[in-house]
Design a binder for this molecule. Sequence first.
Ligand SMILES: Cc1cc2nc3c(=O)[nH]c(=O)nc-3n(C[C@H](O)[C@H](O)[C@H](O)COP(=O)(O)OP(=O)(O)OC[C@H]3O[C@@H](n4cnc5c(N)ncnc54)[C@H](O)[C@@H]3O)c2cc1C
Ligand code: FES
Length: 253
Amino acid sequence: MNIETATVVSCEPAFEGARIIWLHAPGAARATGPGQFAMLHCSAEGLDPYFARAFSIHRVDGQRFAILFNVVGRGTAWLAGRSPGDVVSLYGPLGRPVKLPRDPGNILLIGGGVGIAPLVDMADRAVVAGHHVVAMMGGKTAAHLLSASAWPREVEYLVVTEDGSAGPKGFVTEHLGRYQEWASKIYACGPNPMFASLAGVLRGNGRRQQPEILMEENMPCGWGMCYGCAIFTRRGVRLCCKDGPAFRLFDVF
Ligand SMILES: Cc1cc2nc3c(=O)[nH]c(=O)nc-3n(C[C@H](O)[C@H](O)[C@H](O)COP(=O)(O)OP(=O)(O)OC[C@H]3O[C@@H](n4cnc5c(N)ncnc54)[C@H](O)[C@@H]3O)c2cc1C
Ligand code: FES
């Protein structure tokens, strides 16, 4: 287990309600694989809030990695207040790395809100491995979307908004269009209702793509000690932190 005191490189707005923080953390950055996450102690003394918070690795660049996060409570508010040079204690990377397909193919990434976070790092790696990548992001409005410049140039990036202010109107799972046939593999990350909707859309024709989802259950410890993140799957009870966070969509929904 890699335990590290990271130094904040930058902490800036990413889109409405979300920020991106870059951390200098050579141990975690070096060891990270696709879809993994880190646990960050979101307080100076690590006492309030007591439990570390889980965040997907959004991007890796040499000895640094980025977290893309929504400010939803005390821990994330503390993180949002960090400045360059501040320190953040963390442990990770955690979770099983996602196994990208060995043979180059067509990868469809589907992100709901800040659930897009791990998919950018996966896109970076998939492009290097020779895959064609289409990324789709759903957000409330145009202001709630990740900028196109956040993606590798090779990625085709499509957006959907609930109010129609950018891209088609509705939920991202309603607008997969021809990409659900085009894809040889699908990965998604977002809230559980998005996964349920995706399962409904893909149940008819998407099984061959073995869609995988990155789940975000509440995680007190992050490494299999507390059983606080147990989920029911068709293969039995699994720990989201240790057995996941990636699961087959149709094993869970
Ligand atoms: C594997 C994993 C990866 C994650 N990746 C990201 C990410 O990349 N970006 C991001 O913004 N968030 C991510 N989350 C969610 C993130 O952990 C929570 O937003 C964070 O813990 C909230 O902490 P807080 O102290 O600000 O909020 P709190 O005050 O603790 O809670 C505020 C709200 O957030 C919910 N919440 C609290 N902890 C979690 C949790 N662990 N998972 C889900 N919801 C939670 C609570 O139910 C409550 O509604 C991830 C969670 C997991 C398990
Ligand atoms: S978070 Fe403790 S077992 Fe998964």
